[in-house]
Design a protein around this ligand. Structure first.
Ligand SMILES: [Zn+2]
Length: 69
């Protein structure tokens, strides 16, 4: 410990630097880390669930499902 440490101790610094939200690149919120809000978290979750992140393999299947209507 040095005197320098004591001085900087009064300067409250965040343990982690805020990361930009992956959805809208705004600063993330601690409650919704790593997202800025619950909405962006849901957007990301829905993207995963809808399979946008997955490699499209069965393109024919989705077309067939459309024809079924
Ligand atoms: Zn966001």
């Amino acid at each position: 410990m040095t005197d320098e440490d004591k001085k900087t101790g009064s300067n409250v610094a965040p343990l982690r630097a805020p990361r930009p939200c992956p959805e809208c690149t705004r600063p993330s919120h601690r409650e919704h880390y790593p997202f800025c809000s619950d909405r962006c978290r849901n957007v990301d979750l829905n993207r995963w669930l809808s399979g946008s992140y997955a490699i499209p393999v069965a393109d024919d299947e989705s077309k067939a499902a459309d024809d079924d209507r």
